[in-house]
Design a protein around this ligand. Sequence first.
Ligand code: FAD
Length: 534
Amino acid sequence: MSRLPALIVGAGPTGLMMACELARHHIPFRIIDKKPEPAQGSNATWIQTRTLEIFDAIGIADDFLKLGHKCDAINFYVSGKALTSIPLNHIDSCYPFILMLPQSETERLLTKKLDESKIRVERSLELINAQQTDNGVVATIRLADGNTENITSDWIIACDGANSTVRQKCQIPFPGEDIAEQFMVADARMSSSFLPTNEIHVFFDKGTILPEKSTIFGAFPWGSKEYRLNANLYLSHARQTFTPHEVKEIVAERTFGNYIVESVSWISPFWIHSQIVDHMQQGSIFLAGDAAHIHSPAGGQGMNTGIQDAYNLAWKLALVIHGKANPTLLQSYQLERYPVVDKIVEQTDDLTKMMLFDKSFFTKLSKFSKSVSHASVAKKVGMELTQLDIQYQDSPIIDYHEKTSAKSPKQGERAPNVILDNTTQLYDHFRNAQHNILLFSGKTPKKDQLSELVDLQQKISQTFPGLIQTHIVSTENSKEIKHFILDLNTAIHNRYDISHSAIYLIRPDNTIAYYSKKLDMGLLEKFLIQYLEK
Ligand SMILES: Cc1cc2nc3c(=O)[nH]c(=O)nc-3n(C[C@H](O)[C@H](O)[C@H](O)COP(=O)(O)OP(=O)(O)OC[C@H]3O[C@@H](n4cnc5c(N)ncnc54)[C@H](O)[C@@H]3O)c2cc1C
């Protein structure tokens, strides 16, 4: 029985993303799933901008853009009348929209990416036990024929969903609460004479049967006529099944006749559970995605958060497995992701309860509608919704010491993209699965500035060979310098608000880890050797 570096349990979006990333970092691993076939359900339909940027980094964003349906605004209605709209065109990304795509398609595209590395999901393999040993984990797997196999690995990444067997077998608590309201989710073909099909439409009204509760109905287009529908039901007794006729009635009533349902292809009841583990790592086991957190689907954050868990963890695990980083680096997974996930669980839970049960909800909604009419507020709300504002604020592997200018991107935030010309962008230089350093020359470089930068570039590559790609960003052209980015119209200097020379260190997950105005190898090295092995 050979020992594996890593075993991924579960091939939903989180497990598939983890697999794509470990493959990109050349880590040997296996990925198993108990289901004999990939899931066919549409489930999570929202792909947030932050996730699209991650897909861009691994080279699959175009596949998603070809198939997905772009929604560039969210509209709110009260009693059938338009109240307000959140436009997404203000957000700071090349993808200023939410992309709608059934989850089955997201999983298919991630599986296709995995195929490129000749890695297959091993199906009909169910983990039934996980036992940590002194130096790894033994997973007991039930095979399709009923026999069992033990897989020994250094690490297990549990991406096995809300009912995670790994979590249960390792007795990791999953505390939380349920929201006392039943919802219905459906997929339907609908038409509307007025409502744009490239925008999301959410209808609120005061309950007619139970006036202390509001009714919510959301129409989320994923094609010219295809929609995901979501509605609360305020039923006194839970129900498991609904008819297409009932869906048609709900749509007609809640949208005040704005939509006509042509057909209904799928209906499911659902309840909202808000739960999060206290620790996303236990020894050699990591929990990611729904195995670690579940919450209200308000704002379509769930699947995206799981994909981003995997993106945060994979490069750290890869460096440790390759022996290029100290294993303490892995502790930053919990320290970075837990606060992010905790905030999402809390905010989506609070928002859902407010929409459903808060008597002052309509007053709050009216105030919100006034504030969001200002472009700066719309941008802030859009950045939050599309997860572009997620940042790591208290991480042991981010150096927050040096203050940036007010307009510069900050340590812990994502490094923003910059369009350079019709065919190139800054992100093209980051698709290498390594740490990247931007060495800025400043807008008007001093004499000998470029040679100083080249000197630093060489020292970095000699000290951390194969781990860091250092790019010199200058307004002055140079054909001799390797990894040179010409910033002819100062677009990169402007976006990063840099006038004089500076260093930005960007991690493989596109997070800014270090900034300094001092071109000082000693300081940079002192920071990096906290986790990188030279
Ligand atoms: C009806 C519905 C609608 C939803 N709508 C939205 C939405 O609009 N937006 C949103 O963001 N989220 C939505 N979600 C939630 C979203 O689907 C999840 O957040 C997402 O699927 C989580 O991905 P995951 O990979 O972490 O887990 P999952 O997708 O649950 O994948 C877990 C995988 O692990 C496998 N597995 C489980 N146990 C074992 C085992 N013991 N051994 C081997 N394999 C195992 C399972 O077969 C499965 O393939 C919805 C969910 C449902 C059910």
